[in-house]
Write a protein that binds this ligand. Structure first.
Ligand code: CP
Ligand code: NVA
Length: 308
């Protein structure tokens, strides 16, 4: 079994493209162990005395709470920093912010718009930086997704993962995480809403990657069907235009008829029932809430790996 030893070289979690498949599996193994310890009341205060700064310039329920509770369960201290209340929100450069915060904190988790800002925090600071979602990627969520798939299906290798909808941060990270861990990945995205070019460049070397506009083709024989909102945070003004572009791109019972009969359904949440996912599909797939729970355990594995 690949353990945390494979992870020693990891300094940040900026995007899954920076990790090997072995790194990802190592994090999942650690997350499984931490989940077991949590469920059995085994204390793991490995980060006693450490402080994590958590910068949010976008809303969050799961990411904020899982990092905050996770840090506490590891014996450390989480510090919530609202982007609008930091001087960053009044134009203080990322470079200066990174240098200053590195002198107080042991690590930073940041949720923001531009991937470049997260990469710059890592470039100019001297402490581990964790990407808690940008417009481009959502690596922490995808670690929880892979953990949940492995929990339910006992493996990742050889499974078919299908994503329906916007080629957004979730589609980008799922494509990279799925392919790196041996899954086949099929995306169904409308024209004009394809994943980022850097992800397509990465995926083109994999025979088991497909991108189509046909949802039923993408979902055919899938073991896991995933979707996400049509309009992400920051795209509120495009909501109407997107509703038209994505009309029909819904994970429904009808679509699931094309997938394997025991296919899992995942959604990072928050979900818009009746848009990207039918309400009866949400009700029939409680693994979506295992996925949400696993944010906690996956986050703790990332914190332990980077901050210990
Ligand atoms: N899935 C996810 O990242 O949820 P939040 O936006 O609530 O953090
Ligand atoms: N794609 C969504 C994910 C939310 C967790 C967004 O960026 O808003």
């Amino acid at each position: 079994m690949i353990g945390p030893s494979a992870l020693h070289r990891m300094k940040h979690l900026l995007k899954l493209l920076d990790l090997t498949g072995e790194d990802i599996i190592g994090l999942l193994n650690q997350a499984d162990q931490l989940k077991y310890e949590t469920k059995h009341g085994i204390k793991h205060h490995h980060l006693a005395g450490k402080t994590l700064g958590m910068i949010f310039t976008k809303a969050s329920t799961r990411t904020r709470v899982s990092f905050e509770v996770g840090m506490q369960q590891l014996g450390g201290h989480p510090l919530f920093l609202s982007g609008s209340e930091l001087q960053l929100g009044r134009g203080e450069p990322i470079e200066d912010t990174a240098k200053v915060l590195s002198r107080y904190l042991d690590g930073i988790m940041i949720r923001t718009f531009k991937q470049e800002d997260v990469e710059d925090l890592a470039k100019y600071g001297s402490i581990p930086i964790i990407n808690g979602l940008t417009d481009l990627y959502h690596p922490c969520q995808v670690l929880a997704d892979l953990m949940t798939i492995r929990e339910h299906q006992t493996r990742l290798e050889g499974l078919k993962l299908c994503f329906i909808g916007d080629g957004n941060n979730m589609a980008n990270s799922l494509t990279v995480g799925g392919l790196k861990t041996g899954m086949s990945v099929s995306l169904a995205c409308p024209e004009g809403y394809h994943p980022h070019q850097s992800v397509l460049n990465f995926a083109k070397d994999y025979d088991c990657f497909t991108l189509t506009g046909d949802m039923f083709e993408a979902a055919k024989d899938a073991d896991v069907v995933v979707t996400d909102v049509w309009a992400s945070m920051g795209q509120e003004e495009e909501a109407e235009q997107r509703r038209k572009a994505f009309a029909g791109y819904q994970v429904s019972q009808n679509l699931l008829g094309a997938a394997k009969s025991d296919a899992m359904v995942l959604h990072c949440l928050p979900a818009h029932r009746g848009e990207e996912i039918a309400a009866d599909v949400m009700d029939a797939h409680p693994e979506i809430f295992d996925e949400a729970e696993n944010r906690l355990h996956a986050q703790k594995a990332v914190l332990l790996t980077l901050l210990k």
